[in-house]
Design a protein around this ligand. Structure first.
Ligand code: GDD
Ligand code: MG
Length: 373
């Protein structure tokens, strides 16, 4: 089965993590983000994926190639300019000479284990033109709110609803960005234009073959901000979302790669990449990812944090609730906490205390004692 994944967005809200790497391939625990989506889709019978890209996806290609490693055929389609969510689909279909059978379309920024097989089954049973995967949320304001009648037919679609539109609704189901579509939907999208699927196509399909498939109990998260990136990481480590990482960690909730040297202590759940070393008296975990080749000095403490490849953490340094991109150097005794995000190659001198969600852009050099909050 074919699937079109939209990956046209720039991921600005995830900067500085996306300053050097596009959002689809930023590392999440131990693999590029999009690999989670591809592994999940493969488990539901998808073997041919079209990535709809907004700009030349060199780094995405470098990370994912032709998909053969994942057992999927991967094709890249690059728009001449952003076409919007429906325009991008139409452009990809035109470039490929059409899509003939029932296919999937996905937003490229969700970490999920929604049962797509059940959604496909429902789609076939109802004879729908389009079936939207739905997940329950407390606050639908940042999403597409979907109202269904008891037969699962969609009776209303409200993209980014205003508070006044929520009156009288007791349970909010939103579009999860997981769609089963018939090729006939393509004919509704004009070629060569910017068109939003949420604002133009779904409203036109209400009462006309648009259905919703409720995925209660599934895991679903848009990973587009540092807070949600960290939460997604923790959920993978805890096994709250079904992924290959959970299988890798096993019952001990710990994955130490080959050649890891541990003189300190690792508290699960934790993942430590190849060639990393943890000094005497250092404390790693719980809820920690160390990438490959990370050095943690004696007596340092790392908790609820992501520390990517090649980072050097000095003796006695403290890292809590933070994201540290590849190649960062943190001096002895420095403190990084409170949602701080350090971009690639940042250098944090001794005596710095970084917190309160501070974002430090790639390559920045913070001299000793420069920041203390
Ligand atoms: N190729 C391409 N071209 N991709 C695009 C374009 C475009 O012009 N515009 C957006 N995308 C991609 C983004 O990269 C993302 O993967 C997906 O389309 C959705 O865009 P977002 O900008 O992330 O939308 P959103 O999160 O505000 O809302 C959408 O997702 C919600 C679920 O997370 C909507 O589909 C909502 O209805 C939905 O609830
Ligand atoms: Mg999104």
């Amino acid at each position: 089965m074919q699937a079109v994944i939209l990956v046209g967005g720039e991921g600005t809200r995830l900067r500085p993590l996306t300053s050097n790497q596009p959002k689809p391939v930023i590392t999440l625990v131990d693999r590029p983000f999009l690999v989670y989506m591809l592994e999940w889709l493969r488990g539901h019978g998808v073997d041919d994926v079209i990535l709809s890209c907004g700009f030349e996806p060199t780094k995405v290609r470098e990370a994912l190639g032709d998909g053969s490693r994942l057992g999927i055929k991967l094709q890249y389609v690059v728009e001449p300019e952003p076409r919007g969510t429906a325009g991008a689909l139409r452009y990809a279909a035109d470039e490929l000479g059409g899509l003939d059978e029932t296919f999937l379309m996905l937003n490229g920024d969700v970490l999920t284990d929604v049962d797509v097989t059940a959604q496909l089954r429902q789609h076939a049973e109802t004879g729908a033109s389009a079936t939207l995967g739905l997940v329950p949320v407390d606050d639908p304001s940042a999403y597409g709110l979907v109202l269904c009648d008891p037969t699962s037919a969609v009776s209303g679609f409200l993209e980014k609803p205003a508070p006044s539109q929520l009156r009288g609704i007791d349970r909010y189901y939103i579009s999860a960005g997981i769609y089963v579509l018939e090729p006939s939907v393509l004919d509704m999208i004009p070629s060569g234009q910017e068109v939003s699927i949420e604002r133009t196509i779904w409203p036109a399909l209400v009462g006309n073959g648009l259905h919703g498939s409720q995925a209660d109990g599934a895991y679903w998260m848009d990973i587009g901000t540092p807070e949600r990136y960290l939460q997604g990481t923790f959920d993978i480590l805890e096994g709250n979302v079904r992924t290959a990482v959970a299988e890798r960690m096993g019952a001990g909730y710990t994955a130490l790669a080959d050649g890891v040297r541990v003189d300190g202590r690792v508290v699960p759940p934790a993942v430590v990449g190849a060639g990393s070393s943890i000094g005497a008296g250092a404390h790693i975990g719980s809820l920690v990812v160390l990438g490959e080749g990370v050095t943690v000095g004696e007596g340092a403490r790392v908790e609820r944090s992501v520390v990517l490849d090649g980072v050097r953490v000095g003796r006695g340094a403290v890292l809590q609730d933070c994201i540290v991109a590849a190649g960062v150097e943190i001096a002895d005794g420095a403190v990084v906490r409170g949602g701080a995000v350090l971009g690639e190659g940042v250098r944090v001198g001794a005596g710095n205390i970084l917190s309160a969600g501070i974002k430090v852009f790639p390559g920045t050099d913070l001299p000793a004692g420069a920041i203390k909050f």
